[in-house]
Design a protein around this ligand. Structure first.
Ligand SMILES: Cc1ncc(COP(=O)(O)O)c(C=O)c1O
Length: 457
């Protein structure tokens, strides 16, 4: 049975669903799993569900979905909404092209080239190349594969040898580094978590010391991950100094800029990433600070040709026309691949470099306003001055995790908590460029109300 809608019906139904979303966009009501199970028929049955009923089910799901564009959403490193990027993403689904060959994706291959070229230019990779990946964790995985195979090119064909390969990341780096080491046969235990300073940045001398110890023990250091914007504190590792040390030992330098690479679009803030052009590879998520819908991640590398060398396989049934350059399936760990370039390209065209620069400045200014509000209120205590858009603070004498939980359950908004050296705090992420001062004032008011109630209970 083919269930095709007329064009009119398609447009009407899409509009009805978007309206349902828009009506509930600022609603932070918490819906428990039991309530969702009870009020929505989720089970897939033998009998088809007629269209009008199905539409109501879809609306009920949309209404109960946490709203990442709400002014009460500070929970993750993404948030907000960009209309044109959303339209592009919807059209990607409607057009349904896989990004392996020019034959089936046409102009989208050239669009992907443009975005990658632009990102390389911003980083300072003069002859660079890149590939879109399904998320920053996977982009980090690609970086690690390139590093491992650069260290020992035999591994690609023959598998791991008897060497113990060692990777380094700071103790505040993203968990994907360890997970990827586990998946690649490096071993999670062969990832050194280098200690950090009081701001959460990798200790440069400590990295050097650990490498020397590993070399003395006969191990093979091959990869260092430098985080540009750590997940909790937003800290930036010192790319310039650590790259210099890594070069001495022939260690691949990967910058995990999943969160923070976007500051390169601001001339005022780009210094946070000074030296990034010395890296061998960079992860950059446009779905975080750039506000593009999930997922939109790039792995960019300095040397052209490495991606093809590492990820190309002979496939007569797929690569039948054009060159490898026009067939990016030869550079990707995926075969079928969704088009994630279109939405970021559309938004970048719309805003231009200048628009993004202004937008990043707006995000930083709002962050500074939040810091000022916290500092001026004796009930609050700033945990540390923020490096990026994460503002970490406490309400005095009340557990931060209890506050976050209560806010969520009472439908007052979503924010997460983090910890550093045993201290717990609330982490408010200020990535949504549509937020205003009144939104953060209102949210701080909610935190105070909830905290006072908890104190009294
Ligand atoms: C520093 C850092 N790297 C990598 C990732 C993983 O990115 P993704 O969620 O797109 O896999 C995150 C996610 O928050 C992150 O904060």
């Amino acid at each position: 049975m083919v269930v095709a809608l007329s064009q009119e019906k398609f447009t009407d139904q899409l509009k009805a669903l978007i309206d349902a979303y828009d009506r509930s966009e600022v609603d932070d009501t918490f819906y428990a799993p039991e309530e969702i199970q009870k009020s929505i028929p989720l089970a897939i049955e033998d009998e088809p569900l007629p269209q009008p009923e199905l539409l109501d089910v879809l609306k009920a799901i949309i209404i109960r979905t946490p709203k990442s564009a709400s002014p009460g959403f500070y929970n993750q490193l993404y948030g907000g909404k960009e209309d044109l990027a959303i339209i592009a993403e919807m059209m990607v689904a409607r057009m349904n092209n896989s990004m392996y060959t020019f034959k089936v994706a046409g102009p989208h291959i050239l669009i992907e080239h443009e975005v990658i070229k632009k990102a390389c230019e911003v980083i300072g990779f003069v002859e660079g190349e890149g590939v879109f990946c399904p998320g920053g964790s996977m982009a980090n995985l690609v970086g690690m594969v390139l590093a491992r195979n650069a260290c020992n090119p035999d591994i690609q064909d023959h598998g791991l040898d008897r060497n113990t390969y060692v990777a380094y990341t700071s103790e505040r780096g993203h968990y994907s580094i360890k997970k990827n080491a586990g998946m690649l046969g490096i071993g999670r235990n062969n990832v050194r978590e280098v200690a950090v300073n009081d701001r959460g940045e990798m200790l440069v001398e400590e990295f050097d010391r650990l490498v020397q110890l590993d070399l003395a023990a006969g191990l093979t250091p091959f990869f260092v991950n430098l985080t540009a914007g750590t997940t909790v504190l937003g800290a930036f590792d010192d790319v310039s100094r650590i790259s210099e040390i890594a070069r001495k030992y022939n260690i691949w330098v990967h910058v995990d800029g999943a969160y923070g690479a976007s500051v390169l679009l601001s001339r005022k803030r780009a210094a946070l990433l000074a030296g990034i052009d010395r890296a061998d590879s960079v992860t950059w998520n446009a779905h975080k600070m750039m506000g593009v819908p999930l997922t939109c991640s790039m792995l960019l590398c300095k040397a052209k040709g490495l991606l093809t060398q590492n990820f190309s396989e002979v496939s007569d049934y797929l690569f039948q026309t054009d060159t490898d350059e026009l067939n990016p399936g030869t550079k990707s760990m995926q075969c079928g691949r969704k088009n994630d370039a279109f939405k970021v390209w559309a938004l970048w065209k719309q805003l231009g470099n200048k628009g993004f620069e202004q937008r990043i400045e707006k995000q930083f200014l709002l962050r500074d306003k939040l810091v000022a509000l916290i500092n001026s209120d004796p009930d609050f205590e700033l945990f540390m001055p923020p490096a990026l858009l994460n503002v970490c603070f406490r309400y005095r004498q009340v557990d931060s995790d209890r506050i976050c939980y209560a806010l969520d359950r009472q439908g007052l908004g979503k924010v997460g908590h983090g910890s550093f050296r045993g201290d717990n705090f609330i982490r408010m992420v200020m990535v949504n460029p549509s937020l205003g001062v009144e939104d953060i004032e209102k949210f701080l008011g909610h935190i105070k109300m909830v905290a006072r109630n908890l104190k009294e209970s």
